[in-house]
Design a protein. Structure first.
Length: 688
């Protein structure tokens, strides 16, 4: 019996094949092709990067003001001091007196004149040749040296199997146009160039990833992603799903719901409901994203979809990422559906074991028709009798893998239930074109009548007392308010006002009003009791952490104060302020910030004060955070696009879409090779 050898350090990084190494492209480059004398290196001035070499004439460890290694080297022209604040014994030994070393780093002003701090050091013979190309610097994990990666990549590039893997797959008719109009090299030449750029390469375009070699790689990656998504879209249409057309015989619950609703649907709601209704009538699974800004009425549309499914004798499930949001859906849907005789069940991780088991039995035997809960709905212990529709709210908060799990056997056939994803975080166009190309998208672009715009004000924390005085007047008019804090308890590092502290201060400052506190560490029943009291106006001011970011609907609460607003992101503040503006009163959101304010935070608060369009805010958010968080991709541990920046490279997306469509239609035999080359096992993520 042979024992399996443990993986090498490179294999642990996923660099387990010549192709993986070839696609492990540099994050930056160092220019080691130029060697200056010490005098010339110093003459370049402070903060200039330079490479020089010399003989070590002094090597000493000092302990004032802290332990550090000072090494002095000289050549025929001058001397240079090297300072290391963190060092290993091996480094000290490498630079022993008499050793000849080549050093590269920034020249800075030190205590005793110009010096280099933590330069790159290499022991060399005096006439050692210089590299002929720029030196790549690769992404690496702790304990893996650049030298090890460079050597492995260099060997991989010489592998015959790699030449075959990097062969041009695209037909000449495709590539000749693309390469001539964009000055792109072939794929193998592009990757070799990025690993070994010549000394005269345009370093700026390499670093900015706009060089033709980068463009060729980015296009190939986008093309493969587009092929994968379009193919997933096609595969979905071949799967089986129960069909739910609207008929006279199957419209009792749907019609009943429309009668009990205390409002009529907006034009936008009617339009998207028609789109969803058409999807539900198909015999293949719906995979639709319902977008709508905060308060646009997505929940009602989801309820209508659930009603249509239940009219046909199937179950519907609504899943939300937080208990507080899931519970809001539960209370709202219970209010709408129980008068119609529908059994609405609640399932969350906080339920006691006995309650959970009882609910699971009701789901499994079909008694529970509409099931609402958190990710507890997709645990292995939950078995649906006949699940026809899964509604996933705030879908980007669930990992990609979690959205793949809802399928079931009905009789001998595998059926997939229809899926409706909802998001109040608008998906920027570039994101929709890449990661959401497999989804059909509906947008509610109209707010219900009577919804007033929210006035956003930006206020310094030094004016906190003024804000509290204004809050007192506000509550005196019979209106309610939120006070949002970023932390629960004191942090010595951040020194932020906390929810507990703010609750105590506001309780003292506003003795005539009832102040409540809700945060993530409260037990489910405690949270529910506070929220219920706030909704009933038994609590006038609710101090909260971001647990109220989504799902809370209290029309009488028309003022929100967000403390330390500079600590929140675009999407968070936009979601939070969407909790107000739900009634007839004029609504205000106060963004209170602590000084000093960074330029980025200043720009963010200014944008939020001036802009209420969720799509514009989502674009800004994308440019700051990247697609991972907006997608839920981080939760899957996979960011999917490695070389493409969706804003910088947006023009490439449409090009890749066009070529992907042609490839699928005209050269289906090449598709698998593309997917395998770039995505390997990751293609599964793109079917979510």
């Amino acid at each position: 019996m042979t024992t399996k050898r443990p993986p090498t350090a490179l294999e642990k990084m996923g660099l387990d094949s010549p192709m993986a190494l070839a696609l492990h492209l540099p994050s930056r480059y160092e220019d080691e092709t130029e060697l200056l004398s010490i005098e010339d290196a110093l003459s370049r001035g402070r903060f200039a990067s330079a490479q020089t070499q010399g003989v070590v004439i002094r090597n000493q460890v000092l302990f004032r003001p802290r332990r550090q290694l000072l090494v002095t080297i000289e050549d025929d022209t001058a001397v240079l001091q090297l300072r290391f604040l963190n060092f290993y014994p091996s480094q000290q030994k490498q630079m022993t007196v008499g050793a000849h070393v080549r050093v590269r780093g920034d020249v800075r002003e030190g205590f005793q004149g110009l010096e280099m701090v933590h330069p790159t050091v290499k022991a060399v013979i005096p006439d050692a040749p210089l590299p002929k190309s720029l030196t790549p610097v690769y992404p690496a994990t702790a304990g893996i040296s650049q030298a090890l990666i460079r050597k492995a990549v260099s060997q991989a590039l010489r592998e015959p199997s790699l030449q075959e893997s990097l062969a041009e797959f695209l037909p000449k008719s495709f590539m000749s146009d693309l390469r001539s109009s964009h000055d792109w090299p072939n794929l193998q030449a592009a990757i070799t160039y990025l690993h070994q750029p010549p000394a005269d390469a345009d370093t700026q375009s390499l670093l900015e990833r706009t060089h033709p070699a980068w463009r060729r790689v980015q296009f190939e990656e986008l093309l493969t992603q587009q092929i994968s998504l379009k193919r997933a879209h096609s595969i979905r249409r071949q799967r089986h799903a129960p069909s739910f057309p609207q008929t006279q015989a199957h419209s009792e619950i749907e019609a009943g719901l429309l009668k009990v609703l205390p409002f009529t649907l907006t034009g936008a709601q009617e339009r998207v409901w028609a789109e969803i209704g058409n999807d539900l009538a198909n015999a293949f699974p719906m995979n639709r994203l319902l977008q709508g800004d905060v308060g646009s009425g997505k929940t009602v549309v989801a309820a209508l979809a659930a009603a249509r499914v239940m009219d046909h004798g199937y179950q519907a499930a609504v899943m939300a990422p937080t208990e507080i949001l899931a519970e809001q859906h539960y209370l709202k849907m219970k209010e709408w559906f129980e008068p119609l005789g529908i059994s609405v069940a609640w399932l969350s991780g906080s339920l006691k074991a006995k309650e959970k088991r009882l609910t699971q039995e009701l789901i499994e035997n079909g008694t529970a028709q509409l099931i609402i809960g958190t990710h507890a709905l997709i645990q292995e212990t939950v078995k649906f009798a006949k699940l026809g529709l899964a509604v996933i709210d705030e879908q980007h908060r669930f990992g990609v893998r979690q959205r793949l799990e809802i399928q079931q056997r009905l009789g001998s056939e595998l059926f997939y239930c229809h899926q409706l994803m909802m998001s109040a975080t608008p998906i920027p166009r570039t994101l929709a074109m890449t990661y959401y190309a497999d989804l059909d998208v509906s947008v509610i672009d109209e707010l219900p009548p009577g919804r007033k715009p929210i006035v956003t004000k930006v206020v310094k924390a030094a004016r906190r007392d003024e804000v509290i005085d204004g809050l007192r007047d506000w509550l005196g008019k019979g209106l309610q308010a939120y006070w949002v804090c970023p932390l629960i308890e004191e942090s010595e590092v951040l020194q932020l006002q906390t929810a507990v502290e703010s609750f105590e201060q506001l309780t003292l400052a506003l003795p005539d009003f009832k102040v409540g506190l809700v945060h993530g560490r409260l037990k489910g029943e405690e949270k529910a009791a506070v929220m219920s009291a706030f909704k009933a106006n038994a609590i006038q001011l609710l101090v909260a952490t971001t647990v109220i970011e989504v799902g809370v609907d209290v029309p009488n609460a028309a003022l929100m104060v967000i403390e330390h607003a500079e600590r929140f992101g675009y999407a968070q503040i936009h979601q939070l302020r969407g909790r107000v503006g739900r009634g007839s009163a004029d609504s205000v959101c106060i963004l209170m910030y602590a000084e000093p304010l960074s330029l980025a935070a200043k720009e963010r608060l200014q944008t939020l004060r001036e802009i209420s369009d969720g799509f514009v805010i989502a674009e800004r958010d994308l440019s700051l955070r990247g697609p991972g968080e907006l997608l839920g991709a981080k939760q899957s541990g996979d960011s999917m696009l490695r070389f493409v920046d969706l804003q910088r490279d947006a023009w490439l997306i449409e090009l890749a879409q066009h070529v992907a469509e042609r490839l699928l239609a005209e050269h289906a035999d090449l598709v698998e090779r593309h997917l395998e080359r770039w995505l390997g096992s990751r293609t599964e993520f793109l079917k979510a």
